[in-house]
Design a protein around this ligand. Structure first.
Ligand code: GAP
Length: 450
């Protein structure tokens, strides 16, 4: 993994996210819930845009991928078949002295919570326990009786909902192999060492696609999806220099995987390059296991060639929260502005991700300017998320929008009321253009990708 060359902006993002309504700590008034986060008014738009872009690229634009929304609670046998009951575990080590809790396989990267912070086990008085295996699935009970027979799990990945529905989707949509099933949904993991804001949390959303292929064609499709998914991240504005492939080899390879690559993003600072998406060749592991555990055939009948087989699966799996964090880290910049003492903070988000697409300002509250600005805002609102602002100096209003990534600001001034023109200011170039108020909607449509 290459070392990071990027600055650490995480603390600044945590503070901006709270101040501007992107992301809040869950149940903050009670002191917060460990590594669970809530998305505020701007955050919910940003994450929704991210999910919409994924859905558009993976489902809407393709005739060989179908959508699905499977339930979070599944039959408990699902998780026996998938290997999660027996194997979705991390080795856990406790320090009896500092009460720190560490993953045994990540001990080298861990720091003791006591100051001055050292590696666990390094301080003389440290008493580390032997590693214990700890299952990461959240358990709960279905129905009023709390007994083993009614144990269910909050799904730790969305993928299994796709596997168990393979034939339902294939037969109802009349798709032929090769084809894929995609879904976006919540997943839960009782992580031992969550943290780094929304990077590793206990409740998160996944965007997963399983592509079912004929055995023997799997590596070709694996290479196809590996390239496609990297393109998607680049198209949404993640800097190519901050993106990287990481190949899983040896013991890193999951029990189900014939081949696996991560797409990594450089989060900067100590976090550096980290996985944002996994592309896996899962072979026929999952479908075979579900056939075995359910006793139901999950084979595909290739009618033209009159043969039956269990398809292999190429999986693409990306965390909606983690890639949203990548977009925020990538977009955050501090700049000096010519002729101004105060610099500006800009979220240079790709326009398709920006939570607000345009802000409309009345220069002052006089001479009919607010009326005209309100009219423009309400016309635009039917087409884009728009903000209206008439408070504070115009400079302050621009800064407020720059900080949340709004690509365009439209200002109504005294000239506007006379001749029906407005100025449009570009977030990145800071250039201002005077155009007819009637042309604003078209101007934005041309510049804002759908
Ligand atoms: N179905 C395969 C699977 O779940 P994974 O590598 O465990 O693979 C896929 O997870 C993606 O889900 C990761 O690349 C990451 O983006 C996201 N993810 C996993 N655990 C997460 C967590 N605790 N918090 C936030 N995102 C997580």
């Amino acid at each position: 993994m290459p070392a990071s060359t990027q600055p650490d902006v995480m603390d600044k993002l945590v503070s901006l996210s709270k101040r501007r309504g992107f992301i809040f700590q869950s149940s903050e008034i009670y002191g917060g819930t460990g590594s669970v986060w809530d998305y505020g008014p701007l955050g919910v738009e940003l994450k929704k845009n991210m999910k919409d872009q994924w859905w558009k690229a993976m489902v809407r634009m393709r005739d060989d991928v179908e959508g699905l929304d499977a339930a979070i609670l599944m039959h408990p046998r699902t998780w026996e078949a998938s290997g999660h009951v027996a194997g979705f575990t991390d080795p856990l080590i406790d320090c009896k002295t500092c009460k720190g809790r560490f993953r045994a396989d990540k001990l080298q990267d861990a720091r003791c919570p006591q100051k001055p912070s050292k590696k666990p086990g390094e301080a003389e008085q440290c008493q580390l326990t032997e590693p214990r295996m700890f299952n990461l699935m959240f358990k709960t009970f279905m129905g009023p009786v709390e007994e083993n027979a009614s144990t269910v799990y909050l799904r730790p990945e969305t993928a299994q909902g796709i596997f168990v529905n393979f034939l339902n989707v294939q037969q109802s949509s009349r798709q032929k192999v090769p084809f894929g099933i995609a879904q976006i949904g919540k997943a839960f993991r009782n992580e031992i060492t969550p943290g780094n804001f929304i990077f590793r949390t206990r409740e998160f959303e996944q965007m997963e696609m399983q592509f079912f292929v004929e055995p023997g064609t799997d590596m070709e499709w694996f290479e196809f999806w590996k390239a496609e998914r990297m393109k998607w991240h680049e198209q949404l504005g993640l800097s190519p220099g901050r993106l990287n492939y990481h190949q899983h080899e040896g013991t890193e390879l999951a029990h189900y995987a014939r081949a696996a690559f991560d797409i990594e993003f450089d989060f900067g600072g100590t976090l550096g390059f980290q996985e944002i998406e996994g592309i896996h060749n899962r072979g026929d592991f999952d479908l075979s296991r579900h056939q075995e555990y359910s006793g139901k055939k999950l084979e595909y009948y290739d009618a033209p060639n009159n043969k039956r087989y269990t398809p292999y699966v190429i999986e693409t799996s990306v965390g909606a929260d983690r890639v949203t964090l990548a977009a925020l880290v990538n977009a955050y910049r501090e700049e000096t502005v010519e002729g101004e003492e105060e610099g500006r903070v800009v979220l240079g988000l790709h326009p398709s991700l920006a939570p607000i697409k345009a802000a409309v300002f009345a220069l002052t509250k006089k001479e009919g300017m607010p009326d005209m600005a309100h009219r423009i805002a309400s016309d635009l609102r039917a087409h884009f998320p728009v903000d209206y602002d008439e408070t504070g100096s115009i400079g302050k209003r621009y800064r407020r929008q720059d900080e949340v990534g709004t690509p365009f600001c439209i200002t109504v001034d005294p000239e506007s009321v006379k001749d029906g023109t407005v100025t449009v200011r570009d977030r990145d170039t800071l250039k201002q253009e005077r155009i007819s108020a009637d042309a604003v909607r078209g101007y934005l449509s041309e510049r804002l990708p759908g």
